[in-house]
Ligand binder design. Structure first.
Ligand code: HEC
Length: 278
C-alpha cells in the first residue's frame, strides 16, 4: 500500500514537471512568433518624473568624446531599462537598442551587449565650469555640449567600436535586431552584400533608405535616390570626402576607401530600383 502511494506521488510529480516544461516552451514560441511592439523610453520625461533611479559618480578613464579622463553624475542605464521595461516579454538576444539624439543621429547596438557592459546614463558633467552642466566639446572646430544625456561605460574600452557612446540623447528604443536587415538587405543581388554592410555600419546612423535609419542627414532613396541625381563618379568622391564638395559640412569624413565607396554606390543604385513608399 505504502509503495503504491509513493508510486502515485512520483507519477504525479512527473506529470506535473512535464506539464510545466511544456508551458514554458509554449511561452517561448509565442515570444518569437509575435511581432514585438516598439518599445520607447523618453529619458527626459522620466527625468521630470524622477524615475531615472539612484545617481552616482562614474569615472571614464579615456572618454572617446572629450578625449581625456572624465567624471559624470549618472544613473545605471541597465537598471533603468530593467525597471521601466518588462524584459521577460522580449528576447534580448534578438533585440537591438537604438539611441535617438537631438539632431536625429541614431546609433544602435545589440541589447544583450549593452546590458552586459554596465552602461551609465550621464546627466551632468562633474568637470563642468561653475554654473554650467557640461564642459564644451570641440570637434572639427564645432562647439557642442552633451546635454541632456550621454551614454558612458566605465568598464569598456573606448576603442571598441561595438559600443556606442551617444550624447545629446533624448530617447531609447528597443526593436527586433533584424528590423533594418529585412527591409534593406539586397535580396535580389547578394553580390551587393558588402556595400550593404558598409552602408549599415557607416551611414545608416545618419541617413535613411526608404524611411529606415537616422534623420541627421537627408533620406538617400525616396522619392529620388542620390544615385539618380548625382553623377556616379562624383558621388563616389563625395562619400569619401564631403568637405571637398561643400563648405561647413556636417557629414564627417569617415575613412571610406575608393573601393568601399564604389561598393556603397552600387548598393545605392540597387536600392534606387527598390523604392518603397514610407
Ligand atoms: C554623422 C552623420 C552622417 C554620416 C555617418 C553620414 N552622413 Fe551623409 N550626410 C550627412 C549630412 C548632415 C548631410 C547633408 C549635408 C551636410 O551638411 O553635410 C549628408 C549628405 C550626404 C549626401 C548628399 C545628399 C544630397 O542629396 O546631396 C550623400 C550622398 C551622403 N551624405 C551619403 C552618405 C554615405 C554613403 C554615408 C556612409 C558612408 C554617409 N553619408 C554617412 C550626415 C552623415
Amino acid at each position: 500500500m505504502k509503495i503504491l502511494k509513493i508510486h502515485i506521488i512520483l507519477s504525479c510529480l512527473f506529470i506535473f514537471s512535464f506539464l510545466s516544461c511544456n508551458q514554458k516552451k509554449e511561452q517561448k514560441v509565442e515570444h518569437i512568433s509575435s511581432t514585438q511592439p516598439e518599445i520607447m523610453l523618453d529619458v527626459l520625461d522620466l527625468q521630470t518624473k524622477n524615475r531615472l533611479g539612484k545617481d552616482t559618480v562614474v569615472t571614464i578613464t579615456n572618454d572617446p568624446v572629450y578625449r581625456k579622463e572624465k567624471k559624470y553624475k549618472a544613473v545605471s542605464a541597465s537598471l533603468l531599462i530593467k525597471n521601466e521595461i518588462d524584459l521577460s516579454k522580449i528576447d534580448p538576444k534578438n533585440t537591438k537598442i537604438v539611441f535617438e539624439c537631438v539632431d536625429g543621429y541614431k546609433p544602435e547596438m545589440p541589447l544583450e551587449l549593452f546590458l552586459k557592459a554596465k552602461p551609465y546614463l550621464a546627466f551632468q558633467d562633474s568637470d563642468a565650469p561653475k554654473g554650467t552642466k557640461w564642459e564644451i566639446i570641440v570637434n572639427d572646430g564645432n562647439e557642442m555640449n552633451a546635454d541632456p544625456f550621454y551614454i558612458v561605460y566605465p568598464s569598456v574600452s573606448s576603442k571598441d567600436a561595438r559600443y556606442k557612446w551617444p550624447y545629446n540623447l533624448v530617447k531609447i528604443y528597443l526593436e527586433p535586431l533584424n528590423k533594418s536587415t529585412l527591409e534593406l538587405y539586397p535580396l535580389k543581388n547578394r553580390k551587393l552584400e558588402s556595400g550593404y554592410k558598409l552602408f549599415k555600419n557607416h551611414c545608416l546612423t545618419c541617413h535613411a533608405i526608404n524611411g529606415i535609419g537616422g534623420t541627421m542627414g537627408p533620406e538617400l532613396n525616396y522619392p529620388k535616390s542620390v544615385a539618380e541625381y548625382w553623377k556616379e563618379d562624383e558621388l563616389v568622391k563625395y562619400i569619401i570626402n564631403p568637405a571637398s564638395f561643400r563648405n561647413k559640412v556636417k557629414m564627417p569624413t569617415l575613412g571610406i576607401s575608393k573601393q568601399q565607396s564604389r561598393e556603397i554606390v552600387d548598393y545605392l543604385k540597387y536600392m534606387s530600383e527598390n523604392k518603397k513608399k514610407i
